[in-house]
Design a protein around this ligand. Structure first.
Ligand SMILES: NC(=O)C1=CN([C@@H]2O[C@H](COP(=O)(O)OP(=O)(O)OC[C@H]3O[C@@H](n4cnc5c(N)ncnc54)[C@H](O)[C@@H]3O)[C@@H](O)[C@H]2O)C=CC1
Ligand SMILES: N[C@@H](CC=O)C(=O)O
Ligand code: NA
Length: 428
């Protein structure tokens, strides 16, 4: 009888319960593919007596995930609690120190502590695997670390937060308000424990920073990411974009330029007919570009029980097989600190602002754009009942610096109310 690979699971929420279900339902298939059975020795969660739709009676229970991580009867610690610090980090460190391999879905922890954890794991001759942490069920970490290992990666791009994509597409298709769709996403298990991580773009930014580290051989540098969430996107923006043949996506782009590593995660308008524009619901899409392979497009479920548990199991099965890949695809100690560069490529922009409804207001806005060297493609004032008028401007290609200059100009006009919404129109 082959020795089983014994796992301990900390966290029995959406993802943890999904992992237990796969281990129980697919035992034979997993044993064949991994070359040995995979068994669960112990589990941990905040609440012991809770119906999770799975039978946990065969497994030991630990209240403390750190104690679980150190148990002698586990080989792999599966961290599915979440949170960048606290018990997730403490238990991961304890697991490595106790000689366990680690599988985690925790992008928040890795975006902040990935370098230190990877170095600790490598010093202990252990692995940390995190396929579930980026784009859920899409095997993008494996694609970059293994399938594309022979390429110089030139760009990584994509939609990597299922919740945001679900919210944006449901608002448009059903004409539903943000709050209603947000509740639906919550009921479907897409949301992070702290939902501002999702709608603030932080979760997607964490994911992109992990992919950038692998792609460009640099240390994870999440603080350098230019970040903007979807909180200011209104149903009006969605409708205006649709009128012009665009859809709004929370889009991430990372690329290495002569000036350094550019990383940005922000709402963008993309052509409605493009593959990214057609992405519905919690689906993610990651576009990888390599010098030898050209462009690879990966599309699939980025969140939810089954897809995320699928990715966790892929990592566990890899460990059962004896596949050992460095956390970020190469030894962590050799990863260089990236030089952060502000994204500089010119693009057209969509601007929405509220104007005092008085003579000359539009002319002042046009003048502020002109002074910033920005040429107007389209400009429209919408019918309104309030004292301020909603105005939409689509610019020709311009730079971020010019846009900042124009923003300062808007503030000085005395007719622009609040800060205008500016959304980049991305050629994808
Ligand atoms: N839900 C999803 O679709 C996806 C989630 N992830 C990641 O997977 C991880 C888990 O996410 P979910 O399953 O959605 O979370 P969840 O909130 O549904 O479950 C979290 C589990 O961890 C347990 N837990 C939390 N703190 C604990 C502590 N101090 N001690 C013991 N147990 C504790 C909770 O009791 C619960 O069982 C997170 O890192 C998340 O970012 C990644 C990809 C997709
Ligand atoms: N909250 C995340 C879950 C997966 O990472 C998302 O919505 O994509
Ligand atoms: Na993945």
């Amino acid at each position: 009888m082959t020795t089983p690979l014994r796992i301990g699971i900390a966290g029995l929420g959406t993802v943890g319960a999904g992992v237990v279900k796969i281990v129980q339902a697919r035992a034979n298939l997993i044993a064949q593919r991994g070359g040995r059975p995979i068994t669960i020795s112990a589990v941990s969660a905040r609440t012991r007596d809770k119906d999770r739709g799975v039978d946990l009676s065969a497994y030991a229970w630990e209240d403390d995930p750190v104690v679980l991580a150190r148990r002698e009867d586990i080989d792999v610690f599966v961290e599915l609690m979440g949170g960048s610090d606290g018990p997730a980090k403490a238990a991961t460190e304890a697991a490595i120190a106790a000689g366990k391999d680690v599988v985690t879905a925790n992008k928040a922890m890795l975006a902040v502590h990935g370098q230190a954890l990877a170095e600790a794991a490598e010093a202990a001759d252990r692995v940390i695997r995190f396929e579930a942490a980026v784009a859920g069920g899409i095997p993008v970490v494996k694609a970059l670390t293994e399938g594309l290992a022979g390429n110089q990666i030139t760009r990584v791009m994509g939609v990597m937060n299922g919740t945001c994509n679900y919210i944006l597409t449901r608002m448009e298709s059903e004409g539903l308000p943000y709050e209603k769709v947000f509740e639906e996403a919550n009921a479907l298990g897409y949301l992070e424990a702290d939902p501002t991580l999702d709608v603030g773009g932080i979760d997607a930014g964490h994911k992109l920073s992990l992919l950038a580290a692998i792609a460009f051989g640099t240390r994870v540098d999440f603080p350098a990411m230019e970040l903007e969430g979807i909180e200011r996107i209104s149903i009006d923006d969605i409708h205006h974009a649709a009128d012009m043949g665009f859809r709004i996506k929370l889009l991430g782009v990372a690329q290495m330029t002569g000036r350094g590593l550019e990383q940005r995660m922000s709402p963008c308008l993309v052509p409605a007919t493009s593959p990214l524009g057609q992405l519905e619901g919690p689906t993610n899409m990651v576009v990888l570009e390599g010098d030898a392979v050209g462009q690879i497009v990966l599309r699939g479920a980025g969140a939810g029980e089954g897809p995320t548990a699928s990715a966790v199991m892929a990592d566990v099965i890899d460990i059962a097989r004896g596949t050992r890949v460095s956390t970020f695809g190469q030894p962590a100690a050799g990863l260089a600190q990236s030089r952060a560069a502000r994204a500089s490529a010119a693009a057209p922009y969509y601007l929405r602002m509220e104007l005092e409804d008085k003579p000359g207001a539009l002319a002042k806005v046009a003048a502020a754009l002109g002074e910033a060297g920005i040429s107007i493609d389209r400009m429209r004032q919408y019918r309104h009942a309030a004292s301020t008028a909603p105005v939409l401007v689509v610019t020709h290609k311009t730079t971020r610096d010019a846009l900042d200059h124009a923003r300062a100009g808007f503030a000085a006009t005395g007719v622009v109310v609040g800060d205008p919404v500016a959304i980049r129109i991305e050629e994808v």
